[in-house]
Design a protein. Structure first.
Length: 256
């Protein structure tokens, strides 16, 4: 009888492993924002298109990475958080296994722009389905900017079973609020884009948020605001050009 056990190709193994870490767009945001906090960021911007199905971008002003670190960061179990087993008992970071970026890159198209303070140029790295497609020196701000597009583009079955935009956005808001509440020293902004609308939630040092939304007059209903899991106070409506209206209010958080 011939042998039947074989080692899986790295691309297949990476996709399987990615399923344990990256389950939905909210998982990507969780991992990238936690990495930004571990990097010492004071401000984190998150931009989401179509509830993360089209693209997710996380921009921070943290330490940034060198050219070598930028490349290594996408290797599985490559981490700056621990060096030996004893370090596991003295962790002060939100992550340590070195699996997040490798998992994201295995199931999405990723672009990283990063620069360390004191360096004239940063590094841009593009990866698609775990394959490095390009690396070059670029001019960019200090810190890191991760752009994640077409999540699960190479795993159609996983992408098919993503929930509606409303559900996926609700999951994103839940993860985002959880991180914000325990990091009051960091300011956060979340910008949500759909084909015909734009929303913005700004958390200033984790204390409060401003919610903005614009859409057509006939589609603006209270239930549409509720779809974003936003509880509004001091709301106001006003006419805008081209038949638009503007809704403004506060995202109510528990007292810190």
């Amino acid at each position: 009888m011939s042998d039947i056990i074989r080692l899986l190709p790295d691309s297949v193994a990476n996709q399987i492993a990615a399923g344990e870490v990256i389950q939905r767009p909210a998982s990507v945001i969780k991992e990238l924002v936690e990495n930004a906090i571990d990097a010492g960021a004071q401000h984190v911007d998150v931009l989401v298109v179509d509830a993360g199905k089209t693209s997710i971008q996380v921009i921070d002003d943290g330490k940034g990475m060198s050219e070598t670190d930028a490349r290594l960061s996408f290797e599985r179990h490559a981490t700056s958080k621990i060096r030996e087993a004893a370090d596991l008992f003295a962790l002060h970071t939100m992550g340590f296994r070195g699996e997040a970026l490798a998992s994201i890159a295995a199931v999405a198209q990723v672009e990283l722009r990063t620069r360390m303070e004191g360096e004239e140029l940063g590094t841009m790295l593009t990866i698609s389905g775990s394959k490095v497609e390009g690396q070059e020196a670029v001019s960019c701000p200090k810190g890191s900017s991760f752009s994640v597009k077409n999540l699960f583009f190479n795993v159609p079955a996983r992408r098919k079973f993503l929930k509606s935009n409303q559900t996926e956005l609700s999951n994103i808001l839940t993860e985002f609020e959880r991180i914000v509440l325990v990091n009051p020293e960091v300011s956060f902004t979340l910008h949500v884009f759909f084909h015909a609308s734009f929303s913005s939630i700004a958390f200033v040092c984790g204390s409060c948020a401003i919610y903005k939304h614009s859409s057509s007059m006939k589609n603006m209903q209270e239930k549409e605001a509720n779809a974003f899991d936003v509880r509004l106070r001091d709301s106001r409506f006003c006419d805008l050009p081209h038949g638009k209206i503007f809704l403004s209010g506060f995202f109510l958080l528990r007292p810190l």
